[in-house]
Ligand binder design. Structure first.
Ligand code: VNL
Length: 402
């Protein structure tokens, strides 16, 4: 079993030199474990955008993983865990792939985790499959990701899962025609399709479907077109970190004065930057799986643990994906034992249910995707700060595609 795994790992890096490096790394790990007196530490390779345009996602996820370890200790299934954080810059799938490969072969990580954006998760998927290493997707949210490797489990969300409830809400609340504006890449296309299908099935009309570039988007020309078309509402999906720019342009182009209502997935009213959006954000209705304002004991514990690691940052939906992803890994180690194989860990993690800071969740045993409550929220000012205030809940939503 151990032989097989190491052969596979070596196969991932061509040449004997690589195998020698891997062997040396393994020797070092064993020696230091022996010095500590416990079993070998369980290494977790956390690949995130720590720099570049999506660095806030990396910062949120890493802080939450560290907060989890701060609150729950670092030993699970008899083994201490060790985090190896790698920055993939958020925009280069080839870097993510190379980092995943190095982590598996040289560092012998037992889990791959993180993955800020869909193209990055997709790039790493074949490495997880080949090395038989469980890969916990904590952030990326396109439906198809879990199908790209039987070793992938997801603790974030999917765009269709978050979008269907707001399409239903819009149709139920007297909106008859609604334009869409999404980031032009996989999760945006998922959101666009899910919104249109669901909203038109309920009798609504989508008069305009716009796609803004993922990188350095200028939302102004798109919002001008929406202004000119005068739909009753506009649905927006932009990735975490970009909502403030979209919100600013929405206000500056006078769409609000024109009576156009703004709705979206909660990526738009991202808790990380919501306070900076100010007045234009107030009243915006979104659907999502997590709000920092969620009222529960689990969320209060999460907020307190997070504050100890990142006192100046409000955790967002990316953070809760990191926290729950670390919980999933911890439970896998507890159930299968710290020395278990990748396949045994994977089996132990499939099908788990627990109460997350967001509410009750399950990692579906068959799809390995997350099943969770989706909330309808409205941005309100409370005690001088902006919050996504939940006012409706759709229980245990699965990705509509699966
Ligand atoms: C993705 C989806 C990324 C939703 C996001 O923020 C987000 C993705 C960086 O799958 O790429 O909010």
């Amino acid at each position: 079993m151990a032989m097989q795994a190491s052969t596979t790992r070596r196969g991932l890096l061509a040449g004997g030199a690589a195998a020698a490096v891997a062997g040396a790394a393994l020797g070092t790990a064993r020696r230091s474990a022996a010095q500590r007196g416990g079993g070998e530490a369980v290494r977790i390779g956390l690949i995130l955008p720590m720099t570049g345009p999506f660095a806030s996602t990396g910062r949120q996820v890493e802080a939450a993983v560290r907060a989890y370890l701060g609150a729950n200790g670092e030993t699970f299934g008899g083994r201490r865990v060790e985090l190896l954080v790698r920055d993939d810059t958020g925009v280069a799938p080839d870097i993510t792939r190379r980092l995943a490969q190095e982590l598996v072969v040289r560092e012998r990580v037992r889990f791959l985790a993180g993955f800020g954006l869909t193209p990055l998760a997709l790039a790493a998927a074949p490495i997880a499959t080949e090395a038989k290493v469980p890969m916990v997707v904590m952030a990326a949210a396109t439906s198809i990701i879990v199908q790209r490797s039987p070793y992938i489990l997801r603790t974030s969300f999917t765009l269709p899962q978050a979008t269907v409830p707001i399409a239903d809400w819009a149709a139920r609340n007297g909106i008859r025609n609604c334009a869409t504006l999404v980031s032009d890449y996989a999760p945006g296309l998922d959101a666009e399709r899910a919104f249109k299908e669901r909203f038109t099935a309920a009798g609504g009309r989508v008069p305009l479907e716009l796609r803004a570039p993922l990188r350095n988007p200028d939302f102004a020309p798109f919002l001008q077109r929406v202004h000119d078309a005068k739909p009753e509402a506009l649905f927006i999906f932009v990735p975490s970190g970009e909502g403030a720019a979209a919100m600013k342009q929405f206000a500056e182009r006078g769409l609000r004065e024109a009576g156009i209502r703004l709705i979206g997935t909660g990526d738009l009213t991202d808790d990380d930057i919501l306070n900076d959006m100010g007045e234009p954000a107030i009243g915006v209705v979104t659907s999502h799986h997590y709000s920092a304002a969620h009222d529960s004991a689990e969320n209060r514990a999460f907020l307190a643990a997070y504050r100890r690691v990142a006192p100046d940052v409000r955790p967002n939906f990316m953070a809760v994906g990191g926290w729950d992803g670390m919980h999933l890994i911890a439970e896998g180690l507890k159930r299968a034992g710290g020395g278990a194989s990748g396949d045994q860990l994977l089996a132990a993690m499939k099908g788990l249910s627990w109460t997350s800071p967001r509410g009750p969740i399950t990692i579906d045993a068959n799809t390995r995707d997350i099943v969770q409550d989706i909330y309808i929220r409205r941005v309100e000012r409370r005690d001088g700060q902006l919050w996504n205030i939940e006012f409706d809940r759709i229980a245990q939503v699965r990705d509509p595609g699966t």
